[in-house]
Design a protein. Structure first.
Length: 342
């Protein structure tokens, strides 16, 4: 049932667009991925039985360096045996989101904004994802359930911003997005619409003229928060895809997750901020890893976090230094971390 309605939202019953083709032809097999990169199956200890499966679009693989086992893009997606080591303090719902799930598909934790889980589906599976154990199937709102979510928003005059999240909200077909945006803009006190998506990065073809008009033909002020962890993810195709959004006045922001062995380095983070700005995106958050089971090997020690923050502040203009934050269950916002004043 859920699979069927998902397929429908993704437009698989309609004429497929190139981005939908790219979603269907993602790589799902670790050995195939290694082979494409010219790596032997023994090069890395792959976990072939992970419940949170390997999933990576070919356009993203094309940005990986061949024959490089520690490539920062490869490391974000390849399930390693290290994930099976359980670590004390790393659980399945580290942010207590299950509790903030007020009505199906809606998470209300912070004042003035709610997050809608548009779909559990993603274009890519990131190994460190804090939602990797989230019971999407059970929480997935049906189209009928959505009316409950919109009623919830309508009844709370303090809510002025709606965030489309997931999963990846841009993994659904335009006509479903169009319907959601229409419902949201019909709620008078909502003035801002925010989209949290990694698809414009991993499948830049997702930004079509139709999506652009969907996001501009609304009274809502729209922002798009991307998710990029390393400058190597940003090639010319991403830059070209984002340009019309920027020209249409959509605010472009980025969030990054701090990941050991991938971007826990001043040069790498400075490079990322500069490359983002060059293509019109401002660094927003740098998230410390959520303590989700299976991701402990990406953890960066607190002392190194402080040192990184200080070094970045000394290196870049203030507007290119992302806010270093941690998610804390039951807190009223993301919690700032990083260097303390000397
Ligand atoms: C991160 C998050 C938000 C957005 O927080 P901002 O500080 O506004 O970016 C909203 N709701 C939930 C549940 C979140 O996790
Ligand atoms: S795209 Fe976002 S939600 Fe999907 S797996 Fe990656 S981090 Fe998680």
């Amino acid at each position: 049932m859920i699979a069927r309605s998902l397929a429908k939202w993704q437009g698989e019953d309609a004429q497929a667009e190139p981005w939908q083709g790219a979603l269907r032809t993602v790589i799902r097999d670790g050995d195939e991925l290694l082979k494409l990169l010219g790596l032997s199956p023994q090069a890395l200890a792959i976990d072939r039985r992970q419940a949170f499966s390997l999933r990576v679009p070919r356009a993203f693989v094309a940005r990986m360096r061949p024959a490089t086992p520690d490539d920062p893009l490869l490391r974000q997606v390849l399930p390693l045996l290290a994930e099976s080591t359980s670590q004390p303090g790393f659980g399945c719902d580290p942010l207590a989101e299950a509790e903030a799930n007020k009505v199906p598909g809606l998470i209300h934790k912070f004042h003035g904004r709610v997050l809608l889980i548009v779909t559990g589906h993603c274009g890519i599976h990131c190994r460190y994802c804090f939602r990797r154990h989230f019971p999407y199937a059970a929480r997935q709102a049906s189209r009928a359930d959505w009316s409950q979510a919109f009623d919830y928003i309508r009844r709370d005059a303090s809510i002025s911003e709606v965030i489309l999240s997931g999963g990846d909200p841009l993994a659904v077909a335009d006509r479903h997005l169009q319907w959601m945006v229409g419902q949201i803009e019909a709620i008078p006190q909502v003035s801002r619409l925010r989209i949290h998506s990694r698809l414009p990065v991993v499948i830049p073809q997702r930004i079509t003229p139709a999506l652009l008009s969907l996001l501009t033909d609304t009274r809502l002020q729209v922002s798009l928060v991307l998710h990029v962890n390393h400058a190597q993810e940003l090639d010319d195709s991403v830059a070209a895809a984002l340009k019309p959004l920027r020209h249409a006045g959509i605010a472009l922001l980025n969030q990054t997750v701090l990941l050991a062995g991938i971007n826990d380095d001043v040069e790498v983070l400075a490079d990322l901020s500069e490359r983002l700005f060059a293509i019109g995106v401002l660094p927003y958050y740098l998230h410390l890893l959520d303590h989700v089971q299976g991701a402990a090997h990406f953890e960066v020690a607190e002392q190194s976090v402080r040192a990184l923050h200080e070094a970045l502040l000394a290196r870049l203009p203030g507007y290119l230094v992302p806010r270093f934050v941690r998610e804390v269950a039951y807190a009223a916002s993301k919690i700032p971390v990083g260097s303390v004043a000397p």
